[in-house]
Ligand binder design. Structure first.
Ligand SMILES: [Zn+2]
Length: 297
């Protein structure tokens, strides 16, 4: 077999595997909500939480009167990673003081697909304990799956512990969204194409969707996983001027609740389980009246 053919076959195998992972992660153990929001939503999120995401990007967000969500792995605290210098302990309190939200990214920054569900869940619990030691009042209410989409059982186990969980996928959320698997759009993949990002913001406005941006470091010489302050600020400016409500992830999710969005039961029937009036579904004990996080079963 020629070298070129073998490379082609290997790339094809990677693409098939990646499609299989993404499809399985998206289709299994969903917690879907039919969106009824009247204005589009946009969230800015940062994975790994490099310091520049707070000191540079956080400052830009605050200047426009908005805030972001920071997905932290406390096992990475104070270290140098591929996305640059990671947050220090004092940054956690500073972040909350500036109106941002803290999210979980597992303690060990475990790959969501390659890690066994029990080990992944243990790392989520360890991250929670580590946060409680530093900030007893704070808690993680959303999670971002590190590196790859989650295994189905991982999604099932951790989905019930959080208000909502975010993946990648380079898509916006619209109509029916899965709280256990919100789509995210990594800005660094389009950092040389601002027009493509503006088009997406425009599409989000027309669809009244929920666009969740993600990135890592934001600095003049970003890693392959980050972007420059100039690019980031243009995206923030365009997002705000699009008329979208720019909110951290859990606040955006809660605003869906207040706008009459509803939990739907799939598998063909698509019936409402709980209305926003606070009615508790009799056949689904454990659900909060406002399609809130499922109780641990
Ligand atoms: Zn990460």
């Amino acid at each position: 077999m020629s070298n070129r053919l073998s490379v082609k076959l290997s790339n094809l195998a990677i693409r098939i595997q990646s499609k299989y992972q993404r499809t399985l992660a998206a289709k299994c153990f969903r917690r879907p909500i039919r969106m009824r929001n009247t204005v589009p939503l946009i969230s800015f999120t940062f994975d790994d939480f490099p310091r520049s995401a707070l000191t540079v990007a956080g400052e830009i967000l605050n200047r426009y009167g908005v805030a972001g969500t920071y997905y932290a792995s406390l096992g990475l605290m104070g270290k140098h990673a591929s996305a640059g210098k990671i947050f220090e302990e004092q940054d956690l309190a500073l972040l909350l003081k500036r109106g941002h939200e803290l999210g979980c990214h597992t303690f060990d920054h475990f790959n969501a697909w390659e890690t066994k569900p029990q080990i992944f869940e243990d790392s989520v619990a360890q991250n929670r304990r580590a946060l409680q030691q530093i900030l007893p009042e704070a808690r993680f209410r959303s999670l971002s799956y590190p590196k790859l989409p989650p295994r189905p059982l991982t999604k099932r186990r951790v989905g019930r512990q959080f208000t909502c969980c975010r993946c990648g996928g380079q898509k916006l959320n619209s109509e029916i969204v899965d709280s256990n698997h919100l789509w995210g759009f990594f800005l660094e993949k389009s950092r040389d194409n601002l027009d493509a990002v503006k088009e997406l913001i425009e599409r989000n406005r027309k669809l009244r969707g929920w666009l969740i941006f993600a990135t890592h470091d934001v600095c003049e010489e970003p890693s392959p996983y980050g972007c420059t302050p100039g690019f980031f600020e243009e995206v923030v400016r365009y997002s705000v001027s699009s008329g979208a409500q720019v909110l951290p992830v859990v606040k955006a999710w809660e605003s869906l609740s207040h706008n009459g969005s509803r939990l739907v039961h799939e598998e063909g029937r698509k019936r409402s389980l709980a209305s926003t009036s606070g009615t508790q579904s009799a056949d689904k004990p454990g659900f909060k009246g406002d399609f809130g996080t499922q109780g641990k079963s």
